[in-house]
Design a protein around this ligand. Sequence first.
Ligand code: FAD
Length: 364
Amino acid sequence: MGSCHHSVPVGIGYSIIVSVRKGAAGYVSRKGVRHSSEPFGSGPQLDNACLPHRVIEGGTTMNSWMEELEEAAVGEIQQNVPLHKHTTWRIGGPADVLVTPTGKQELIRTMEILHRSGIPWTIIGKGSNMLVRDKGIRGVVIKAGEALDYAEFDGAFVRAGAAYSIIKLTVMAGKQGLAGLEFAGGIPGTVGGAVYMNAGAHGSDVSRIFKSAEIVLETGELVTWGPEEMAFSYRHSRLQEPESRGVVLEAVFSLQPGDRKEIQAELAEHKERRRLTQPLQQPSCGSVFRNPPGHYAAKLVEESGLKGFSIGGAQVSTLHANFIVNTGQATAEDVLTLIAHIRSKVKDRTGIELMPEVLVVGER
Ligand SMILES: Cc1cc2nc3c(=O)[nH]c(=O)nc-3n(C[C@H](O)[C@H](O)[C@H](O)COP(=O)(O)OP(=O)(O)OC[C@H]3O[C@@H](n4cnc5c(N)ncnc54)[C@H](O)[C@@H]3O)c2cc1C
C-alpha cells in the first residue's frame, strides 16, 4: 500500500449532474447516476492524499454511499468535476465527486453519510488559498452553495453564511457604518475560508472581530465555537488541526458603530493599494508564503532575484514577489516546483525557511 496506486475515479470522462429534488415519492433524479463497481478508496485527504487501492472496510463501495447521498436528497451531486474552475489559480485536477448541499441540514447529513462510510472529504470555498494537485482530489469535495450565501445584520453584529463573500461583507458593513472589517476589503474568499484561515491584512485579522461560528464536525456533530475554541493565531485556526476538522456553516462577527464615510474611505484606500501592488488581473492565490517573524516574504523573494522567474506556466509576479501567477497553462506541478525553487534560493541566501501559506490538497 506504500506506493501510490490511485483508484480510477468513478465516472471518468463524464461530468454527470444529479439534481436530487424532494417530491411526492421522496426524491427524483433528473439524470441517472452512473454507478460504478470500481472500488473506492479512503485515506488522508489534505496534502498526502494517496489513496489505498481497495474496497473500503465493510465492503462499502462508491455505490452505497452515493445512493445514500442521493436518497437523502442532500443537493447537487456531480462526478469527475475539474477543480480548476473552482480555484482562483485556475489550476487543479478533478474531484471524484462534488456535492453542493442545498442547506445546512443537507450539509450535516452529507457529513454524517461520508463519516459513516469512511469517505474522505474536502470543503472548498472560493478556492482562493488552495493549490489543487493535477491528479485532483479523491473522495468528495463539498462546496457550500447558495443556501449558505447570506448575511444578516443585527445592530453591530453580522451573521453570515459560510459561502458569503468576505469582500461583499466588507462593503455591506461599510454601507451600514460598521467598523472592524476594513482589513478584509480585497480578500477574495468566503466567510468559511476566512474563518478557517484566520484571514487577515493591514495589521488585523478575523480573530479580532470573531464572535462565534456554527460548525459541523467531521462526525456530523453540530457545535458552536467561540474565540477560545477556535484558538486563532497567524493564519491559523483550530479547524486546521487534524483532530478538529469540520465545516463552518455560518459565523457571527462583532463590529462597532463608526463613521460611514471614514470606513468607506479606508476600504477604498486598501482597494487602491491592492490594485497598485498586486497582480489582480492574473490568476493567483494571493500570498504564497507566510511572513516569517520579523520579515516580509515578498522582500526575501525579491532580494533573491526571483521576481519574474518562471517554471512552466507559473511565474513569480513581476509586481509582487510573494505572488505566483498562472500565465496561462500552469499546472500544480509547475507551481510546486517553483515554490521549492524559491524556498531553496531564499534558504541558501538568508538561512530563512519560507513556509507556504497556500494549502496544497489532492492526490500526489
Ligand atoms: C488576490 C488575492 C489576494 C489575497 N489577499 C489575502 C490577504 O490579504 N489576506 C489573507 O489572509 N488572504 C488573502 N488571500 C488568500 C485567500 O483569499 C484567503 O485565505 C481566504 O480566506 C480563503 O477563502 P476561500 O473561501 O477562498 O477558501 P479556500 O481557498 O476555498 O479554502 C481555504 C481553506 O479553508 C477551508 N475552508 C473553506 N471553506 C470552509 C468552510 N466553510 N468550513 C471550514 N473550512 C473551510 C478549505 O478546506 C481550505 O483548507 C488572497 C488571495 C488572492 C487570490
